[in-house]
Structure formats: C-alpha cells, structure tokens
Write a protein that binds this ligand. Structure first.
Ligand code: ASP
Length: 325
C-alpha cells in the first residue's frame, strides 16, 4: 500500500518562473502542476496544500513557527509531510520545525535552485526524492530532514553553501545522512545529537551579530538599548572577540541579556580555550555561554524558542548551556 503524504507549499524558486521584463517571480501554477504530476502517483498517495507562496527571504520566525504548528496538526492524517520552500531560508525553517515539532513521523523540506523556466530544473526531481524519503519507514524519528540534489541532510547540520549550483546544500563537517538512489533510499549514518524545545510560542526579540576585524560595540549597544532578550555573537574561531568588546558584553549580561557565543567559522565547536581578555575562556567567565557547534542563525532560533517557553533568562541559560555539544 502506498504511503499517504501531504505536500505543503510555501513558495520559493521551486514555485517560480521567468516573466518577461521582470525576472524570476512566483507563479500560481505550482500546486496544479503537482496535483497532475504523473510520477508522484507511483510513489505515494499525495495531497497538496497551499500554505503560502512567498520568496523565502520574506519568511519570518513567526511564520516558520506557525508552519510547524500546521505540520503537527496535519500530519495526524498522513504518514509524512513534505514541505516545499525557498532555498534562501530553508535551513532556518527546517531547523525551527525540528526544535518545536512533536511528531516523530517523517517531515522533509525541499526546494529548488532552478525555476520552472530553467533548463535542467531540479524542483520535480527534488519533490519525487523527498516524497520517497517521507514515505520510507526508515525515515521515522530521524528529525526534520532536508532533501536536495538526491542527498538527505539533517535540518540541524545543513546549510546553503552556494548561490547558484544545484549541489548548493551541504552538512559541513558531518556530511549527509544518506541519499536517494533510483532503487531505494540509502541511509549510511544517523545523527546522535537531537534536541527539542516544545513551546506554544516564540519570543523573537533576539539579535544576531557577526564579528569582523576592528568592529566596535555599536550593535551590542543597540541591542541593549532595544531591550533585546538574547544576543548571539558569531565570534572568531573557537569563540574569541577583541578585548575592547568585553565591557559591552558584561553590560549586556548585567542587563539580563543571554549572550551566546557561536563561531563565524564554517565547521567546529566553540571552546573555552583562550584565556586572554576576550578569548573564549575569558568570555565564558563573564557569563557568556557557548553555542557549541551550532551556527549563529540556528542558535538565534533556539533562543527564540527557549524564551517562548521560559520567561526567566536563567532558565534559558541553563537549558542552552546544558544542551550544547
Ligand atoms: N530566492 C529564492 C527563495 O529562497 C531562492 C530559492 O528558492 O532558491 O525563495
């Protein structure tokens, strides 16, 4: 018997075409295309739900969260869900869903680097691959997955690494969980690190600041003045910053702001190694907490979920610090 899969459409290039004079823009044809896509019928019993039709730079954390709630409700009637999305922010939406979803059934995000007007378009192939992954019993309880270019990635590890290539998505440092072959879905590893933050709401008052050589504290001042609840800083290397930012970080912490130190490097963990002023060990002694191997954009979403769940910054600190790799 075929699996029952719901495809939820949110927009992105996968649902776009080239319009004369305008360039690549959303169309309303994608849902109908999928409903009459013959190869899909061989793979699963598919329903299509139009959720939104936006370019993914328009996606907000609140919209991602509302989508997660929709998935949790809808999946009760299905064996799995495939969600189509724009590539620009799919890793964020997939990660937030991974944190907050309560279902253990397969939830797969997919997208396309090429629009419906492009030669060698990847959207239909990615859809078929995703529906096959969502229909596969081995995909149960693997967390939210992202299927692109015949590869299966975890939402936590995957990132968009290229602006134009079809193989734009990689799980840097870890590699994909598996791949989509013509005869079967092949899983060749599993992820040992899984986490959930089950919450009824998000608190989006969290900032992300990227370190660069010679930067001053103006963005940290701005966050403090704005009354932000958490600041994620993508620091250098193992999680180091210049000494002259330390007083600003201490002021933020004194203002009960949770400060999380991630790295702007592409792979590896933040570690309390360097003892010089502003070094990772020194920053952690001021009360800043380590983001481990989580990239800044994902640490920001995790703080949003944690502040949605706990009002007390100490609870957030405790959970965050205790859950890091
Ligand atoms: N700008 C597009 C989006 O994220 C890119 C894509 O889907 O590939 O909506």
């Amino acid at each position: 018997m075929n699996a029952k899969i719901l495809i939820i459409l949110t927009g992105g290039t996968i649902a776009m075409k080239t319009a004369p004079q305008l360039g690549i823009v959303p169309t309303s044809e994608f849902a109908d295309f999928l409903r009459s896509f013959p190869q899909l019928k061989d793979v699963a019993d598919v329903d299509v739900m139009e959720y939104s039709n936006i370019p993914s730079p328009y996606m907000t954390p609140q919209m991602m969260f509302d989508l997660a709630k929709t998935i949790d409700r809808q999946i009760l009637e299905y064996d799995g869900v495939v969600c189509t999305h724009g590539t620009d922010t799919v890793e964020e939406t997939a990660f937030l869903c991974d944190l907050v979803l309560t279902t253990r059934k397969p939830v797969v995000f997919t997208a396309a680097m090429r629009s419906g007007s492009d030669l060698g378009l990847d959207g239909p192939r990615n859809i078929i691959g995703s529906v096959r992954v969502a229909s596969n019993p081995e995909s149960y309880d693997k967390g939210v997955l992202v299927v692109m270019n015949d590869e299966i990635h975890t939402a936590r590890d995957v990132t968009k690494t290229d602006t134009g290539k079809v193989d734009a998505f990689q799980s840097l440092g870890y590699g994909p969980l598996g791949y989509v072959d013509p005869d079967r879905i092949v899983y060749h590893r599993s992820t040992l690190y899984r986490e959930n933050v089950w919450t009824d709401k998000l608190d989006t008052n969290i900032d992300l600041i990227k370190a660069c050589a010679g930067m001053d504290g103006r963005y940290i001042h701005c966050s403090i003045a704005h009354g932000t609840k958490g600041i994620v800083i993508e620091a250098f290397g193992r999680g180091n910053l210049p000494s002259y930012l330390v007083p600003d970080i201490i002021t933020a912490i004194q203002n009960k702001i949770v400060v999380v130190i991630c790295t702007r490097a592409y792979t590896g963990r933040v570690l309390d190694e360097y003892g010089y002023e502003g070094g990772g060990r020194h920053l952690q002694s001021t009360g800043a907490i380590s983001g481990g191997d989580l990239r800044g954009i994902k640490a920001r979403l995790k703080l949003m979920a944690l502040f949605g769940k706990y009002h007390d910054p100490n609870e957030v600190r405790k959970f965050f610090a205790g859950s890091m790799q």
